[in-house]
Design a protein around this ligand. Structure first.
Ligand code: ATP
Ligand code: MG
Length: 214
């Protein structure tokens, strides 16, 4: 399977990390910083960004859909991502835009591969097939202690979805899986301690992104 994308000219940046790590906060700050430099930025999120993806997202994440077994869950996320890449991400990259994506393949590897014990390699292969091999140029991993993430989320009083409400052990295995992915390909990752102040994280992220080829 090829991981090159000769037709794409833009820049693809993904934010990964556990629930409440600060991904959406930092994705927003990075988008604003790049827009201030006159870059065209598309900010999107996983799993979603397309009408079919949004439907699949609510099937997986909302309570009350009945039992969803782990393989079905993994396939629904992979299908949502395939649509997202085909309809949103790849066209934006082909237009030369910067795509900032809130979660991508690594989240499936961590949540379904490790968290649901389906196996990280098989979930990675399934998703790389779904995205036709498209990978981020840079993945920013916000490494968060699951308890910190949970406290941050509940202090915002947002209701927990199906995955967020899993026990701490599930979230610890996810954290480990993210770190293993980053450890395998250090050149394509920036790993940061999510406990750092927001502005400090934003500065480090902007500095790393500035090193990427324009
Ligand atoms: N570096 C930080 N230090 C302290 N609090 C933070 C930091 N970054 C974000 N927060 C706060 O933590 C909460 C969760 O942040 P955010 O929504 O960005 O996380 P997320 O990773 O996108 O979460 P989710 O996985 O639920 O989408 C928010 O209330 C946010 O203001
Ligand atoms: Mg978020």
């Amino acid at each position: 399977m090829s991981t090159s994308r000769p037709s794409a000219r833009g820049l693809f940046i993904a934010f990964e990390g556990g629930d409440g790590a600060g991904k959406s906060t930092q994705a927003g700050l990075l988008a604003a910083a790049l827009q201030a430099q006159d870059r065209v930025v598309l900010r999107t999120r996983e799993p979603g960004g397309t009408p079919i993806g949004e439907k699949l997202r609510s099937l997986v994440l909302e309570h009350g859909q009945g039992d969803i077994d782990a393989r079905t869950e993994a396939l629904l996320f992979a299908a949502s991502r395939a649509a997202h890449v085909q309809q949103v991400i790849a066209p934006a990259l082909a237009r030369g835009e910067v795509v900032i994506c809130d979660r991508f393949i690594d989240s499936s590897v961590a949540y379904q591969g490790a968290g649901r014990s389906l196996g990280t390699d098989v979930v990675r292969r399934l998703n790389e097939w779904g995205t036709d091999g498209l990978l981020p140029d840079l993945t920013i991993l916000l490494d968060v202690d699951p308890r910190t993430g949970r406290t941050r989320r509940t202090s915002g009083q947002a209701a927990e979805d199906r995955l967020e409400s899993e026990p701490d052990e599930f979230h610890r295995s996810i954290r480990q899986a993210f770190l293993e992915l980053a450890g395998r390909e250090p050149a394509r990752y920036l790993v940061l301690d999510a406990a750092l102040p927001q502005q400090d994280l934003a500065r480090r992220i902007a500095a790393r992104v500035a090193e990427l080829p324009a």
